[in-house]
Design a protein around this ligand. Structure first.
Ligand SMILES: [Mg+2]
Length: 373
């Protein structure tokens, strides 16, 4: 039986090309975002197998994730890397006093993803194939070009460029203080892209219930694929009321940091489209548990961010999913996703199929090596 011999943890500060604003910035709740803090976990075994995982933090939480991972990673040393479910539980109990969600779970996620990458690489299979894939490509839509700091002309340019690249849909942000600004932007984007392009909007939790109802009704005419995070992420009852009263699908879930929180959304019938984020909910082990529950409720899966991981998980979901295209993480890896015909095509490389780039190594701000004693 193989044994985990070492774990290397590193925090990498990824700069963004522009300061990013969504509705949370316009309501004054957050500052524009200029960087993403990555947590990389690299696991090595006595037999010479390796796996790489990652998680991330936006605005705050990067140092906390790193510190927690450094504290719990010694519990993996000497363990059989194949027993991922058992190891996930062991890591949760190692840090039980800080809870089963939030930064603690996100620290576990990087380690969990590394274990799954290792298992798939050992098998010589892409992760999607190890899990059992339903398809070898997944519909994708772009988010990175549709933020609120960009004037609508720039949003349309970005959308046109992404569609030409082969992306299959476009999401734009809404949530301006004046709803008319949102409606004018959606109208212009819809008329310039045409009715055939799948289009979504994302309010990033900044509407109250009456505003969301009013905006939801006003947006029906644009034939959107979904309205994302119209309300506070934890307002399951409010989302459920919207989902019942509107024709347009309601999407949410990216801010939640545990399967239990997602289960609450599902119990309320709050969403038509569920948007889990593996690095936020504790990794692939937890994502698979949630995906099974979501499938039982006939939900569409559209994982949030981290497409390098999610393309595999979406390929293994029974119903046709969507994956969110962001170009932000490209500098971190040597490989690029193959995008054409509206879809990301899975690579045949084993595991996640990504290698940490030299550029990412140069952005390392903190590093810890945990070895067999
Ligand atoms: Mg979103």
């Amino acid at each position: 039986m193989d044994r985990i011999e070492r774990v290397t943890l590193s925090t990498v500060r990824l700069p963004l090309p522009a300061a990013i604003s969504d509705a949370k910035v316009l309501t004054g709740r957050q500052r524009p975002m200029t960087e993403v803090m990555m947590l990389f976990a690299e696991i090595g075994t006595a037999d010479g197998h390796t796996g790489t995982g990652f998680g991330y933090a936006k605005r705050a939480g990067g140092p906390a994730q790193f510190a927690h991972a450094v504290e719990i990673a010694p519990d993996l040393i000497g363990e059989d890397p194949n027993d991922i479910g058992r190891l996930w539980t062991k890591l949760v109990w190692a840090g039980a006093s800080v809870g089963r969600s939030g930064a603690a779970t996100q620290a576990i996620a990087a380690l969990d993803v590394a274990l799954w990458d290792l298992k798939a690489r050992r098998a010589g299979l892409p992760l999607a194939k190890l899990l059992g894939a339903y398809r070898d490509s997944v519909r994708c839509y772009d988010t990175s070009g549709g933020f609120l700091h960009a004037p609508v002309a720039e949003v349309i340019d970005n959308a046109t460029r992404n569609l030409a690249l082969g992306v299959g849909g476009i999401k734009i942000k809404v949530g301006h203080p004046d709803p008319e600004t949102d409606l004018a932007r959606v109208r212009e984007v819809r008329s310039r892209l045409g009715d055939d392009v799948p289009l979504m909007v994302d309010a990033n939790q900044q509407w109250d219930r009456p505003t969301a109802q009013r905006m939801g009704r006003a947006l029906e005419e644009f034939g959107l694929v979904w309205i994302e995070e119209p309300l506070d992420a934890y307002d399951a009852a409010g989302h459920a009321e919207l989902a019942r009263s509107l024709d347009t699908a309601i999407a949410s879930g990216e801010m939640l940091t545990s399967v239990g929180e997602h289960a609450e959304l599902i119990r309320h019938g709050a969403v038509d489209v569920i948007q889990p984020d593996a690095p936020r909910i504790g990794g692939i082990t937890q994502f698979l548990r949630l995906a099974a529950l979501a499938e039982q409720h006939h939900l569409t899966l559209a994982p949030h961010f981290a497409m390098e991981i999610h393309v595999h998980l979406a390929a293994a979901y029974p119903h046709e999913p969507w994956v969110e295209h962001f170009d932000w993480l490209h500098p971190l890896f040597d490989e690029r996703p193959a995008i054409r015909d509206g879809r990301i095509h899975l690579s045949t490389r084993p595991g996640l199929g990504v290698t940490i780039s030299e550029r990412a190594r140069a952005w390392t701000v903190d590093r810890a090596e945990i070895h067999q004693r």
